[in-house]
Design a protein around this ligand. Structure first.
Ligand code: IDC
Length: 470
């Protein structure tokens, strides 16, 4: 409880706007501590955690002032209402953390953008009173700052995503490359490979790698609906050959065991074991493979999904120990939200395995702010991977929602969450990137073959990656 005067002096800048808040609180004994940490940062963005501890009398209602230097901006915060004016960000309590007793803490966080200088703030105030505390940016993340800001828009010429990043691994909540640095992969998902094989040939994969500059190719192998269950060896071979085509072009390949109906992945447990034993053995020496064990569980509890994952993951690990594995989440991989739950069921009961990420899927015209808020919150606690999303309705058709899609991709970019868009196909539905009939021809490059959704997604995917190279 004793505050060091040195620490007070170090952060004694009282913010103009915050100093006017709740003047009556000044009469009570005051004091606060803020522990601020940059969880990750990247070119132009960062994510921070802010632990606020009340060292004074109990407060009922509080406002935290955060003084930045310049160039930093809170873009999305959680566990408080965040606003910003000039270089000062303000977090106001939400209902459930309104009351902070003496010695009590609450954890806040936000994603911000920054330019020019270090993203760390210079000082904090609680109800207008300057706080003591700590500001930490780890040495790894500060190195990231230096190199990502200086490499700007010059990706290594002629080097593919797999050549640069090598074998991936999960570090903290991020997907990291061979240098242990967080990266984001951006790419496309096939439609069902039982229906759209004509869309995945040398010309279309060349276009994906070099015209779209995609990092990632997701191979959606349906299990039902005329998929794997009808011809296990045929579909296994088809998947393997698509993995090879992605590898030859330096792209990562997600092998998606596309369960959908029925929604309980345990229905396909034995098929999953057989399939993954085979593809993991065959592809274990490659460093471009990511395994996705269940596309979209639905109508089934998280406990059942976890049980499935804990039976399938060891089969993959036995053959391919170091690959990243993606685990579907409840309610069509919505972290439970579409069935009235939320991410806490996973946070409180995670899959007992290492080097895994949890999938989150969305369809931009159907899933908006409350889903984005879930991802913002969950991303601070869970490694997330958007292995499928659409720019349209959850049906795969209907309205193409550019505004919501852009909001989603901005968020994923800020959080460095990897994504694959549904679909790299010419299906006659608005989620498809190619116009109907494209896959009957031989041209996949340029804009003439694209739908509205395809043109938008391509414009988001083909910007430079700036992968860290050391
Ligand atoms: C849709 C296809 C559609 C097909 C249907 C059933 O776009 O052509 O008839 O599946 O197989 C998902 C699923 C994905 C769905 C997609 C759009 O992972 O298989 O594809 N979607 O409905 N989850 C949410 C949306």
């Amino acid at each position: 409880m004793k505050r060091s005067t040195a620490a007070i002096a170090a952060c004694a800048v009282v913010l103009g706007s915050a100093a006017t808040v709740l003047p009556h609180a000044m009469a009570a004994a005051t004091g606060c501590r803020v522990d601020y940490a940059v969880a990750s940062q990247w070119s132009g963005g960062f994510q921070a955690s802010v632990k606020v501890t009340n060292l004074g009398d109990t407060v009922s209602g509080w406002t935290l002032g955060v003084a930045f230097t310049a160039g930093q901006r809170v873009t999305q915060g959680w566990n408080a209402t965040w606003t910003q004016s000039g270089a000062t960000a303000t977090a106001t309590n939400v209902d459930w953390n309104r009351t902070l007793g003496t010695g009590a803490s609450t954890d806040l966080g936000f994603v911000g953008s920054w330019s020019g200088s270090n993203p760390a703030p210079t000082s904090f105030t609680l109800n207008g009173v300057a706080c003591t505390g700590s500001i930490s940016t780890t040495s790894t993340t500060s190195t990231t700052t230096t190199s990502t800001t200086t490499t700007t828009t010059n990706p290594p010429v002629g080097r593919t995503p797999v050549a640069i990043n090598g074998q991936l691994r999960v570090c903290g909540v991020n997907l990291c490359n061979q240098y242990n640095r967080p990266i984001q992969l951006r790419g496309m998902s096939t439609h069902g490979i039982q229906w759209f094989a004509k869309c995945h040939n040398n010309a279309s994969l060349d276009a994906l790698a070099t015209d779209w500059n995609a990092d990632l190719f997701r191979i959606a192998m349906y299990v039902q609906e005329q998929g794997y269950e009808t011809n296990p060896s045929g579909f296994t071979n088809q998947v393997n050959s698509l993995v090879d085509m992605a590898e030859a072009r330096g792209m990562y390949a997600v092998i998606d065991f596309h369960t959908l109906t029925p929604g309980d992945p345990n229905y396909n447990l034995e098929r999953a074991k057989t399939f993954f034993r085979s593809v993991a053995t065959r592809n274990s020496a490659k460093n471009n493979v990511i395994y996705e064990i269940a596309n979209e569980p639905n109508g089934v509890s998280w406990a059942s999904i976890k049980s499935y994952a804990e039976q399938v993951i060891p089969v993959i690990r036995a053959a391919d120990p170091d690959a990243v594995i993606l685990v579907g989440t409840r309610a069509w991989s919505s972290l439970g939200v579409s069935e009235g739950s939320n991410e806490t069921e996973v946070i409180n009961n995670p899959v007992n395995a290492q080097n895994i990420m949890y999938t989150f899927h969305f369809y931009a015209a159907s899933h908006k702010d409350n889903y984005r808020a879930t991802v913002s919150r969950a991303a601070a606690r869970l490694p997330l991977f958007v292995s499928e999303f659409g720019t349209v309705l959850a049906t795969g058709g209907g309205t193409y929602d550019r505004a919501s899609s852009a909001a989603w991709l901005d968020l994923l970019d800020q959080l460095k969450i990897s994504y694959a868009n549904w679909t790299y196909s010419d299906a006659n539905e608005s989620s498809a990137a190619f116009r109907p009939g494209t896959c009957n021809g031989s041209t996949f490059t340029g804009s003439g073959v694209l739908t509205e959704s395809g043109a938008f997604i391509k414009s988001r995917i083909n910007t430079p990656d700036n992968f860290p190279t050391s």
